[in-house]
Design a protein around this ligand. Structure first.
Ligand code: EPZ
Length: 434
């Protein structure tokens, strides 16, 4: 198993380039299945979730060729299997996007339920609501979801909760369904818009992505395309917080400032300076960090995927901050690890009270999920002394060479291999990603 060893106290300075968006790529790669011709997908982050997606496509019979640092040419016309077995689904939660893509193309799909997750309950009732509204029938048995439809017909889908995954899956299943589909109470994240743009570049007819009403007119045929995934809003936000935590000064390149608005506004309230350019932002700190309150919400609200990172920054601010987590019921599990570093945080249900102490101390800690791991790296960068972070496979599922990017900014962070301590230590092939 690998761990990160971080020696704190170094300011981050210089320039960093953000990779493609994980949460867009893990939907766009399965969406290639819907095409009747090969597609090229560019600006794909080199992360383990993407590698698992590629492996699933190859296992199904697609031809996949890596044609550059971050580009893949995928020919889905040779696909002959319509199943994603548990051994893959347990590695990557987003494997449920293969349900929508396979159903949309072949009127059938068999994908393992993704299984447990560090964030708490992860139901798929809204995904199933969308599929059945379009005419599919499902059965759940032995942990597998089986979908079948004689034909898919457009319909109205009103989601009971705002859900990224079900909005994505509804689009994937509806693009070739006969007639008009209207998705209401849709999620509006940037990766929703990116999937819609990708599908439209293949000849789909999707309008309204990015608003809470998405209209899809089914089409017979989807042709090949060449498409570049948008920059990762959460990776950019994570680096913004890392720069603030080390009182650094960094130009963050390959971003879409509009996607970062809620993060930018919150960081400015904390005392961080931010200057926006067309596709980059400069982040620097030249004064004290002050307390603020954060409530996570669906886009364009403050992203839940930035909650653990901003909490770490607020530990370094003066005063008492309040964080309210409105999306996931168990997204404060990183708090115990931050407490080991001297953080003063009290959690009560979905609210965390943070007494800013202005400092953190290095300690051995463990990543419990992708974003919690990123938060612990930020804590280590800002802490006095050495922080060793275990279970970094969580982090490597969603961040493309984070330690290399941080080192280039002056951080003292190394990836160190250590022998497995016990046989029950789980490898990255047995824990679900988030
Ligand atoms: C996506 O998860 C992201 N993952 C998550 O990012 C992110 O936290 C989440 O959206 C919210 O933005 C990917 O895109 C791969 P949801 P998803 O469906 O789609 C409830 C990361 O760190 N719900 O928007 O699974 C659900 O319980 C990860 O990159 C239902 O009730 O999230 C939750 O409370 C972590 N029924 C809320 O909706 C359903 O059928 C939002 O979930 C589906 C969801």
């Amino acid at each position: 198993m690998d761990k990160f060893v971080v020696k704190g106290g170094r300011r981050l300075e210089g320039e960093v380039t953000i990779s493609g968006a994980k949460n867009a790529a893990v939907a766009i790669l399965p969406a290639v299945i819907l095409s009747d011709e090969p597609c090229v997908v560019e600006n794909v982050p080199y992360i383990s979730d993407v590698r698992i997606c590629i492996h699933i496509l190859e296992e199904m019979g697609a031809q996949v060729e890596k044609i550059g640092k971050d580009a893949y040419r995928i020919d889905p016309t040779t696909i002959s299997k319509y199943c994603v077995p548990y051994e893959y689904a347990r590695k990557m939660r987003a494997s449920y996007y293969f349900l929508g893509a396979l159903l949309g193309k072949f009127n059938k799909a068999r994908v393992s339920m993704p299984g447990g997750c560090p964030l708490g309950d992860r139901p798929i009732d809204q995904h199933l609501k969308a599929f059945t509204a379009l005419g599919a029938e499902y059965t759940l048995s032995q942990g597998m979801v089986d979908l079948v439809a004689d034909k898919l017909t457009g319909n109205q889908i009103f989601f009971d909760v705002v859900t990224v995954g079900a909005t994505m899956n509804a689009m994937l299943a509806a693009v070739k369904a006969e007639g008009l589909t209207i998705i209401e109470n849709a999620a509006k994240e940037p990766h929703i818009v990116d999937l819609a743009n990708f599908l439209n570049s293949m000849g789909a007819n999707i309008m309204g992505a990015g608003t809470d009403v998405i209209k899809i007119r089914g089409v017979e045929h989807l042709h090949g395309t060449t498409y570049a995934v948008i920059p990762d809003q959460i990776e950019a936000g994570t680096f913004m917080v890392a720069v603030a935590a080390t009182k650094g000064d960094v130009l963050i390149k390959n971003v879409i400032p509009k996607h970062l608005e809620s993060i930018t506004k919150k960081l400015e309230k904390i005392g961080v300076n931010i200057e926006q350019f067309d596709d980059s932002i400069r982040v620097w700190v030249d004064g004290p960090l002050v307390k603020t309150n954060v409530k996570t919400a669906p886009h364009p609200g403050f992203p839940t995927d930035m909650q653990s990172q901003i909490a770490t920054l607020l530990c370094l601010a003066q005063g008492t901050s309040i964080i309210t987590e409105n999306i996931w019921e168990q997204r404060f599990r990183y708090v115990d690890e931050l407490r080991r570093m001297g953080a003063d945080i009290t959690v009560n249900g979905k609210v965390a009270l943070i007494e800013g102490t202005g400092k953190l101390m290095g300690a051995p800690v463990k990543a419990c999920d992708l974003r919690a791991g990123a938060a612990l790296i930020i804590a280590g960068l800002a802490a006095s002394g050495v922080t060793e972070i275990e279970d970094i496979y969580h982090i490597e599922r969603g961040y493309d060479c984070m330690e290399g990017k941080l080192r280039a900014l002056g951080a003292d962070i190394e990836k160190v291999s250590v022998p497995d301590k016990t046989e029950e230590t789980k490898s990255d092939s047995t824990k679900a990603a988030v």
